[in-house]
Design a binder for this molecule. Structure first.
Ligand SMILES: Cc1ncc(COP(=O)(O)O)c(C=O)c1O
Length: 436
């Protein structure tokens, strides 16, 4: 397997050259230079309205259309007509719920998690508007020693499915717990259970916002209907892309666009108004960057898409490097000395490919510390960006037992492939002081 050249990778990020340690990447990553160049080129040279016949508008239209072409690869979707751009994943999912609204009947059931509210709130609100029923797939403790080491289990999801199940809304990765959900297995199990119970139209919506920087999304392999991620967490600008399966566009999704626009069975149904053109064009800088991380694999079967195979190799290298970042951080936080002090990981305690380097913890017991006070030590020292709070996964934090203060939440250190082991060592050094 090809490995990452971190120095070379970092050279693509002007922001990293300052030496500041960016460790709040699950909040937002740094933008790669190719993205920034495209945005400024668009604004400086082709900033006109789309769809006119004059030459600059033709170029501008082509540039904006190239955004969905790139997003197709990152989702492994079938066609750019399955891609919607919006200002945020929260907005895209809210628009999706609005587009599905006319098809929802009283008694329809929505299964949601306690994860980020973006893929939960729109379904809860839709259920409230249409007389639907909301059921929670809760994360449960997985370790006898740490009640905050929680995860979702497929066996807890299946009993929630009934003949009335309409939407199953899950996260591919938790922005708090760091754990990766085996989406393909979950969806297979859901579809099998739904068929056995006579649920005719179960659709699956997957939040990949915390997943996309770390692993390759594959909506085809996963067999999901809706999927969303935010480019600003994947080295791009502040906007989001959503995949809407063509079957759903034909049979489930109604248009929320102006009534006189002929959107056909395309994802434009869910894109009222134009997305930020320069940002959509800017996102086309993400794929070339990811592909530049490793050489293309030598032996790709002729039936396989070479770009997808190349992306696979890039994400394999990213995942391998991220494990090297994760090990010392988790190793420090789970060492007997820290556990005796009251440090508890909120999420999966062990490194491994089932986990990304988003690490959350609290300090409880006689030597309890507020999360905000721990982060304040970092802020006083300067040079490192980490954060505390519930990170909009409010329900997940609120569900934890023994209870935590939801306002104070957890301390979260979230790394990505451009972070270095030396940066993690520096974070651990400051942690030693902050936990005293
Ligand atoms: C897991 C997860 N889902 C959804 C979102 C919302 O994304 P956006 O800010 O694009 O609405 C976030 C943002 O932090 C997130 O971490």
């Amino acid at each position: 397997m090809a490995s990452l050249n971190i120095t070379k990778a970092r050279a693509n990020f002007p922001a990293l050259q300052s030496g500041f340690i960016f460790a709040d990447n699950a909040g937002g990553s740094q933008a790669v230079r190719g993205v920034v160049d495209r945005i400024s080129d668009y604004l400086l040279n082709t900033n006109v309205q789309l769809g006119a016949d004059y030459s600059v508008s033709v170029l501008s239209t082509d540039r904006v259309a190239s955004g969905p072409d790139i997003a197709v690869k990152l989702f492994n979707a079938s066609s750019p007509s399955e891609i919607v751009y919006g200002s945020s994943s929260t907005l895209n999912l809210e628009n999706l719920a609005r587009g599905l609204e006319p098809t929802i009947e009283a008694g329809d059931e929505f299964i949601v998690t306690g994860e980020h509210e973006a893929n939960t709130g729109p379904w809860k609100k839709l259920a409230a508007r249409r007389g639907g029923v909301v059921k929670f797939w809760h994360a449960v403790p997985t370790s006898p020693d740490n009640p905050y080491s929680v995860a979702t289990r497929i066996e807890d999801l299946l009993p929630l499915i009934t003949a009335r199940t309409r939407i199953v809304a899950i996260s591919a990765c938790s922005n708090i717990l760091g754990s990766i959900v085996p989406v393909k297995d979950v969806v297979q199990a859901v579809r099998r259970e739904a068929a056995a119970k006579g649920a005719a139209n179960v659709e699956v919506s997957v939040d990949c916002v915390a997943y996309a920087p770390h692993r390759r999304i594959d909506v085809k392999e996963w067999d999901v209907d809706y999927c969303v991620f935010s480019w600003y967490k994947v080295y791009g600008p502040h906007c989001s892309a959503m995949y809407v399966r063509s079957k759903a566009l034909q049979s489930s999704v109604t248009s929320i666009a102006h009534h006189f626009l002929s959107v056909g069975s395309t994802a434009y149904k869910l894109q009222p108004g134009g997305p930020g053109y320069e940002l959509v064009y800017g996102t086309t800088g993400v794929l070339p960057y990811l592909l530049s991380l490793v050489p293309p694999p030598a032996n790709v079967a002729s039936s396989d898409d070479p770009t997808i195979a190349h992306l696979d190799a890039a994400f394999a290298a990213i995942a391998a490097h991220e494990q090297e970042l994760l090990k010392p951080l988790l190793g420090f936080l789970t060492a007997p000395e820290q556990v005796a002090r009251g440090v508890r990981i909120v999420g999966t305690e062990h490194s491994g490919l089932h986990r990304v380097p988003t690490v959350s913890f609290v300090v409880v017991g006689p030597q309890a510390k507020r999360s905000r006070d721990i982060v304040e030590v970092f802020d006083r020292k300067g040079g490192v960006g980490i954060r505390w709070g519930h990170f909009y996964a409010y329900t997940l934090i609120d569900d934890l037992e023994p209870k935590l203060d939801t306002a104070d939440g957890v301390v979260r250190i979230s790394l990505v492939h451009y972070n270095t082991v030396a940066e993690v060592q520096r974070i651990v050094e400051i942690l030693k002081e902050a936990l005293l």
